[in-house]
Design a protein around this ligand. Structure first.
Ligand code: UN1
Length: 479
């Protein structure tokens, strides 16, 4: 029997009645570790601890907050190989992808360490003589953080670091499938000197832990990344409690390829955006919208590149694409391939569950051509290595197809025309626009987020994170 990895509540490692096994999707015989699983009672204890710790942390010196966050960032960077391998082992993205994600998390902590020293306000002259107006930012209070499995360390980092930076306390519920990175990050935060109760990890099921967070009025704000369906439940609960919220949900991101593009650039960006990280990114390029003149050459070149992609164990040398995260996701990916076929799509390559040396959820990247914007695979997020191609006449049709979805996270275009690139930047209905770049893979120091059904609330990351994690106070003073 393996030792269990405990929860962190009120600065104390605590065991729970039940535990969950963390299974390696590249080798389902490999149980990475067993993690204590919080229930409703543990969650309430964590919320109590975070509530009681809030006044002290709010008053803590920016220097202290800086130093703690900086230590966390340094340790993540120093251990990126080890933690990146754990990430790959539990989530299934490749080792280099796991290492890069861990480094990104380290940089995020270091960025917000600096931001702790730059919390600023404004002073304005009142319209009434002799009065000053001061505008300052205060923490929101207790922040609930609910994260998905697909970025097991970067997404926790980009919510936890700004929350702590701006003086909030945290109740953190990591995704059920990836407790490992969340536990290591918790251990790092604890050893870096986060005071008791300021940060709590209540790993456990959404139906118990997540629900207990949603139901508790002592949580002042919730930041959530995950599915639209769960996002809607989070939003409803937040409305009930008049609580601040930030949602990052799905995408059905278009990547437009115009006749005048550089074909190599287009193929690189499309293959990276659609299939890397096993396509399990809300920013994935899942709809390739291609004008007639280049359509066939583009499709053949993408297929050729796909044939060279090695789908295998996430930890193996030379793997380009790891397994999908679990059995349920594998079934979902295969179901969408069936739907695509039934609706008249042409599965040109991939879309199959394949075996490798170790038992895992291996699924070959799929390209579906001859699709129309109305087909299910062009409307619903699949969250796997599946891309569809939509053939269009010209730029105008491409833009209108690109915008024809309920989502609006990221939108890409590949063109050498300044005119089309500029027009697309202005008219793509998305929170992020990429020109001659994949729709996925973003910098850590600039705002991240979408429009329409993809996001709700203010932006994450970079200086814009201050909007969500602080409340503005306006003070009128007669000196
Ligand atoms: C990226 O593309 O680098 O869940 C980031 C997601 C996003 C993060 C994507 N929130 O896939």
């Amino acid at each position: 029997m393996m030792d269990r990895k405990p929860l962190l509540i009120n600065g104390v490692w605590q065991s729970a009645a039940a535990g969950s096994e963390n299974i390696n999707p590249s080798n389902t015989n490999d149980v990475i570790a067993v993690y204590d699983r919080a229930g409703v009672h543990d969650t309430r204890s964590a919320i109590t601890a975070a509530t009681e710790a809030a006044p002290g942390w709010t008053a803590a010196s920016p220097q202290l907050r800086h130093d703690i966050l900086d230590r966390v960032g340094n340790e993540l960077l120093a251990r990126k190989e080890e933690l990146g391998a754990l990430l790959a082992q539990e989530e299934g993205k490749t080792r280099p992808e796991g290492v890069a994600e861990t480094a990104r998390a380290g940089h995020i902590f270091k960025f917000f360490a600096g931001e702790a020293l730059r919390i600023s306000g404004e002073k304005l002259a009142s319209v009434r003589p002799g009065i000053e107006v001061d505008i300052t930012r205060e923490p929101v209070g207790v922040v609930g953080i609910i994260t998905p499995w697909n970025f097991p360390i970067a997404i926790p980092a980009w919510k936890i670091a700004p929350a702590l930076c701006f003086g909030n306390t945290v109740v953190f519920k990591p995704a059920e499938l990836v407790p490992g990175c969340a536990w290591e990050l918790t251990d790092i935060l604890q050893r870096a000197g986060v005071p008791a109760g300021v940060f709590n990890n209540v790993y456990g099921p959404g139906s118990e832990v997540g629900q207990a967070m949603l139901d508790d009025p002592r949580i002042n704000a919730i930041t959530f990344t995950g599915s639209q369906a769960t996002g809607a439940r989070v939003a409803a609960a937040c409305a009930k409690h008049m609580r601040r919220l930030q949602l990052e949900m799905g995408g059905k991101n278009p990547f437009v390829v115009l006749d005048d593009c550089d074909l190599d650039v287009a193929v690189d960006a499309a293959v990276n955006g659609a299939f890397f990280s096993t396509g399990q990114r809300c920013t994935a390029s899942s709809r390739l919208i291609v004008t007639e003149g280049i359509h066939n050459r583009f499709v053949e070149a993408v297929l050729e590149r796909m044939r060279g992609l090695n789908v295998d164990n996430a930890l193996a040398e030379g793997t380009d694409i790891g397994p999908v995260v679990d059995e349920a996701q594998l079934q979902q990916d295969m179901r969408y391939i069936e739907i695509a076929r039934r609706e008249g799509g042409n599965i040109r390559q991939g879309g199959e569950h394949v075996s490798r040396a170790t038992p895992g959820f291996y699924f070959t990247p799929a390209l579906v051509t001859d699709t129309t914007p109305q087909m299910t695979i062009n409307r619903e997020e699949i969250f796997g290595p599946v891309a569809s191609v939509i053939r269009v006449r010209d730029y105008d049709e491409a833009l209108s197809v690109a915008n024809d979805t309920e989502f609006g996270l990221s939108a890409g275009i590949c063109t050498t025309s300044l005119k089309y690139a500029s027009h697309f930047r202005a008219n793509a209905r998305a929170g992020m626009v990429m020109v001659n770049l994949p729709t996925a893979g973003v910098d850590y120091h600039v705002p991240f987020g979408g429009t329409k059904g993809s996001s709700l609330g203010s932006r994450e990351q970079g200086r814009y994170a201050v909007e969500f994690f602080t409340v503005v106070k306006t003070a009128y003073v007669r000196p």
